[in-house]
Design a protein around this ligand. Sequence first.
Ligand code: ZN
Length: 71
Amino acid sequence: MKKIIICLLFIWYSTGFICLCYAQTVVYNTKTQKYHQLKCRWAAKCSANCIKIEKKEAIKRGGIPCKVCGG
Ligand SMILES: [Zn+2]
């Protein structure tokens, strides 16, 4: 019985981790429509036109991946 609980916990834990990977947050520039990784130097420079959204949301809005960080 204990083994089953551990096994279920492991599945729950690993699926949660996969979800986190898919819900990657990027910095999206609404003016240039480019999106950056949070650590990108261009993301740090951008403030007025930039918003933090999910990567899939940035793509849905017609976002272009940054050439420096790859988006
Ligand atoms: Zn970038």
